[in-house]
Design a protein around this ligand. Structure first.
Ligand SMILES: Cc1cc2nc3c(=O)[nH]c(=O)nc-3n(C[C@H](O)[C@H](O)[C@H](O)COP(=O)(O)OP(=O)(O)OC[C@H]3O[C@@H](n4cnc5c(N)ncnc54)[C@H](O)[C@@H]3O)c2cc1C
Length: 473
């Protein structure tokens, strides 16, 4: 088979159909540009298929399971309750399938051409693609937009790769409950999944190299998360380095560690790795397109997300933007605005950071530690005598959790977010009672303290981005 002789020319070529890529494609097509999107596997990108939405769907099932365990506290008599992972998966898979169809419908309605293939660059602004039936094409874009995303990093530790650890992709598709899960890493993804699996009834051990969970959060916030995890029966090892792994995930694994108490052997049945991400930039000929990469493989971009190649932009995680769907969406806004003569940049944008443990944690902009490092003056938020925004968030979350424990929701801050979400998104349009996950908007309602010079709260208007997650309405 050979590549068809002629190159097909498009106004816009998007590689990767994640949040930024698909939004750009649908928008430019509506504006009259001939647009092609090349996607190798996940229609709509990671978020609806293997990341945000499936994880939040499963986290919600885990929450329901945790309620059933405490049913008597709410005055509910249950004869028995058990986790049925096949049922959990059926619910999640139905949602993912709905979302996949929704994306396909949207592509069809928009007129943007979706090409299912891996794209490989052959020269400037030109890629080769190969459809499932073996048909090869060469596509050239007048303008090219890269939204390639990242994948879970498996660190180079003796025995780890051979143990065939799960990443979030496999864990979120597991039809069985691991008996004894060892989680390597204490970042956002690892924490969300560790708690959910624990709530389904597994034993869970988290191993974190650093001195605290959620390494980028303030120490008091991390301490609150640690308390929460220990309270739920999750074993956490901090300041612990993994020396070697023996065995195979899904059967028996041994993780040999060095920690504050010396060598330790942690045994389990399953292994999950959640230690970071690697950009999907290798082996696809980006060098032939003149697109330079950083030492860590991210695409070099300027503040308008332009790459080192003329007429090529990068968006989302592959461009080194913070790893959130709402940030990828903002990248789309920056690029799109500039296509129309605007002057948007990514410089100094105010971002929302969200951790969807239960209770959830969120902050907008930098935290106290980061403000300290950057020499930014801030004043503690006075709400309810709390010392900081983070503490306020922790406290609000705890109130939320505490209210849940009591079967009530009394805290007005919780009501504000809930009411706004429900007004914004409403219930399922078809009136179906089945809980339906939607990407929702939760907007921080905290204002800067009166008269403060500079704070880590939004000082001018509202945040640029809104956290996006699954709200079960
Ligand atoms: C478990 C988990 C939970 C998360 N939860 C949240 C959350 O609750 N809220 C939140 O805001 N963020 C969350 N995130 C992060 C969020 O999923 C990402 O930041 C977001 O999806 C943006 O991704 P992206 O557009 O950069 O890339 P992606 O969505 O990964 O899109 C990149 C696409 O490019 C395709 N691709 C790559 N290379 C090629 C190629 N050569 N040819 C063709 N196609 C290619 C890939 O198949 C993929 O579909 C979560 C992440 C994980 C892992």
């Amino acid at each position: 088979m050979s590549v068809t002789e002629s190159t097909e020319n498009y106004d816009i070529l998007v590689v990767g159909s994640g949040e930024a890529g698909k939004c750009l494609a649908w928008t430019t097509t509506a504006e009259g540009h001939r647009t092609a999107v090349v996607e190798r596997k996940l229609i709509g990108g990671s978020c609806p298929n293997v990341a945000c939405l499936p994880s939040k769907n499963i986290i919600h099932s885990a929450k329901v399971r945790s309620f059933t365990r405490r049913a008597a506290e709410f005055g509910v008599e249950l004869e028995s309750a058990a986790t049925n992972m096949k049922g959990v998966q059926a619910r999640k898979r139905a949602m993912v399938e709905d979302l996949r169809q929704l994306h396909l419908d949207r592509y069809q309605a928009s007129g943007a051409e979706l090409i299912m293939s891996e794209a490989r660059f052959v020269c400037e602004r030109s890629v080769d693609v190969e459809a499932a039936d073996g048909c090869k094409r060469r596509i050239r874009g007048e303008r090219v937009f890269l939204d390639l995303g990242t994948y879970a990093t498996v660190p180079d530790v003796p025995g780890l790769a051979a143990a065939r650890p799960m990443t979030h992709v496999e864990l979120l598709d597991l039809d069985r409950l691991p008996e004894d899960l060892i989680v390597i890493g204490g970042g956002f993804v690892a924490l969300e999944l560790a708690q959910a699996v624990r709530r389904f009834g597994a034993r869970v051990t988290v191993i974190e190299y650093g001195p605290q969970l959620a390494s980028r959060e303030d120490a008091d916030v991390a301490a609150a998360i640690l308390d929460l995890f220990r309270d739920e029966g999750i074993t956490v090892h901090l300041r612990t380095r993994i020396r070697r792994v023996d065995g195979e995930s899904g059967r028996d694994v041994l993780v040999i560690t060095d920690g504050p108490d010396g060598e330790c052997v942690i045994d389990g049945t399953d292994l999950l790795v959640g230690v970071g991400r690697t950009p999907n930039t290798g082996g696809i000929g980006l060098e032939r397109a003149g697109v330079k990469l950083t030492d860590t493989g991210y695409i070099v971009v300027d503040e308008r997300l332009a790459t080192t190649a003329a007429g090529v932009w990068a968006m989302g995680e592959c461009a080194g933007s913070p790893h959130f769907t709402h940030v990828a969406f903002d990248d789309f806004r920056v690029v799109h605005d500039n296509l129309h003569g605007g002057s948007s940049t990514t410089t100094g944008r105010l971002l929302a950071y969200c951790l969807y443990t239960d209770p959830e944690l969120a902050r907008v902009g930098c935290n106290e530690t980061q403000a300290g490092h950057r020499g930014i003056g801030y004043r503690p938020h006075p709400a309810d005598g709390c010392r900081s925004a983070n503490q306020d968030a922790v406290r609000a979350a705890w109130i939320h959790e505490d209210a849940d424990r009591r079967g009530q929701r009394r805290d007005p801050r919780i009501h504000r977010v809930r009411d706004r979400s429900q007004r914004t998104h409403g219930r399922r349009p078809d009136g179906n009672d089945r809980p339906h996950p939607v990407h929702g908007t939760a907007q921080c309602d905290i204002r800067p303290p009166h008269g403060s010079r500079r704070t880590h709260f939004p000082t001018e208007g509202t945040p640029r981005t809104h956290p996006r997650s699954t709200l079960i309405l």
